[in-house]
Design a protein around this ligand. Structure first.
Ligand code: UD1
Length: 417
């Protein structure tokens, strides 16, 4: 199994271009199931999650390459346990399959390392559109004669439920309103893609989304092309890496407006940032001040950048606090960070981070995607050698992380054990 060897402390310099967004690519790949023609992508990111989602599409009968999905002849409506259990986002095939083919059988995704993550909001929304849903032998079985538009008020602005319901509503008769919808930029990208296919989605990016359903024959099958937005979480990770190592780095290839609250938080901590429309230059900012941060649905502070921020907070002047509101079990990086010298206490949803920790390299283990990124940032700062194990978590969401950091001058190598 591959691992990363990092010798710190590193000083970074240069510029890094982020890849396209994992969390935009996955629902967009799911949405190709709505389209009876070819969808071409100019920039799918090189990630194991993407390869894996393409395998699911192929298992349903789609013809796929690295740049193209053709879902003209889907002949299977079941996503198997063996595929779904590896990635929770697989449940996003439910909405488009049900909408276009009026049936779908998708394994329940089950728990995952960062919490129980149920799909009740997805399913009750589909029932509102007229779907009959049964859970049998660990599978969600959904069917309908014809989905019909309705008003759906989400009890919580779930990202995945908003996306699944937008896709379910694509061929529903009449108008669907999703209220208290999630407002993440990735949802806007999905809406733009659906509109390119010929669907009618309005209001994505706000908390009320309106989808006016189409009938099957109305959607053409001409090839369409889409460019996916830059990955704001990858960008946040490199920006924080520059701050952790007190370096000058330019991070580009994403919309800086998508990171407003992260950038405001970092500036409040003393970061010297030069913000342009599609890039951020981090200037050497010295030691930052501690802060108190709460994660929240967009436009709040993203849970996906919480672990990386914690790695920075531990070396700030003064203490910090993070309150995690989105997932109940998202502090698994804390014991691993402690191995490198961090002093962090967790009490329920709160983590209290002591500042000014002196970090020493250590062997550590990745537990989930963003937790792994925090370990890499800490290892860049720590004195001596760190070994980051189980990096398949990183491969899920960071394209060429070791190469990108090496080009920024980090002393990092990907090794085979
Ligand atoms: C997406 C992102 C993930 C990010 C998360 C929150 C993708 C592929 N993944 O995950 O990186 O961390 O948004 O920004 O885009 N919930 C329910 N019932 C449901 C659905 C969700 O209780 O039916 C709960 C979840 O358990 C969790 C919270 O709602 O506590 C947020 O989940 P959600 O917004 O749905 O996240 P995902 O779409 O799974």
């Amino acid at each position: 199994m591959d691992f990363l060897k990092i010798n710190g402390p590193s000083s970074l310099e240069g510029s890094v271009k982020v890849s396209s967004s994992k969390n935009a690519s996955l629902p967009i790949l799911a949405a190709t199931l709505l389209y009876p023609g070819k969808c071409k992508f100019t920039n799918l990111p090189e990630l194991s999650d993407i390869n894996f989602f393409i395998q699911i599409l192929e298992s349903l009968g789609a013809k796929c390459t690295k740049e193209e999905v053709d879902a003209a002849s889907i002949d299977c409506f079941q996503a198997d346990y063996d595929l779904v259990r590896k990635m929770r986002a697989s449940v996003l095939v439910l909405g488009p399959l049900l909408s276009r083919f009026k049936q779908a059988r998708v394994s329940l995704p089950g728990g995952c390392a960062i919490g129980s993550r149920p799909v009740d909001i997805h399913l009750s929304g589909m029932e509102k559109l007229g779907a009959k849903i049964k859970i049998e032998s660990g599978y969600i079985e959904a069917s309908c004669d014809q989905l019909v538009g309705n008003k759906i008020v989400l009890p919580f602005p779930s990202v995945g439920a908003t996306e699944n319901l937008m896709m379910a509503a694509a061929y529903a008769v009449g108008e669907t309103i999703i209220d208290n919808a999630a407002r993440e930029p990735e949802i806007e990208d999905l809406a733009n893609f659906m509109n390119k296919m010929g669907f009618n989605v309005e209001g994505a990016g706000s908390s009320t989304i309106k989808i006016t359903g189409k009938v099957l024959g109305e959607i053409k099958n001409e090839p369409i092309t889409h460019e996916i937005i830059g990955d704001r979480i990858e960008a946040a990770t490199y920006i924080i890496a520059a701050l952790v190592t007190e370096s000058e780095v330019r991070v580009e290839g994403f919309k800086s407006a998508h990171l407003d609250i992260v950038l405001d938080t970092l500036i409040g901590m003393g970061a010297k940032l030069e913000i342009e429309e599609n890039s951020v230059v981090v200037h050497p900012s010295g030691r930052l001040k501690g802060a108190r941060v709460e994660t929240a649905p967009y436009p709040g502070f993203p849970t996906d950048a919480q672990a990386q921020l914690m790695a920075l907070m531990g070396i700030c002047d003064g203490d910090s606090q993070i309150c995690e509101h989105i997932f109940e079990n998202r502090f698994m990086h804390v014991p691993e960070l402690a191995r490198m010298g961090y002093d962090i206490k967790v009490d329920g949803r709160n983590a209290y981070i002591k500042g000014q920790s002196k970090l020493k390299g250590a062997p550590v283990m990745c537990t989930d995607l963003r937790a792994s990124a925090a370990l890499v940032l800490a290892a860049l700062k720590a004195e001596g050698e760190s070994q980051i194990n189980r990096i398949y978590h990183l491969d899920r969401g960071y394209a060429n992380l070791a190469d990108k950091l090496k080009r920024l001058n980090a002393n990092i190598d990907r090794m085979k054990s």
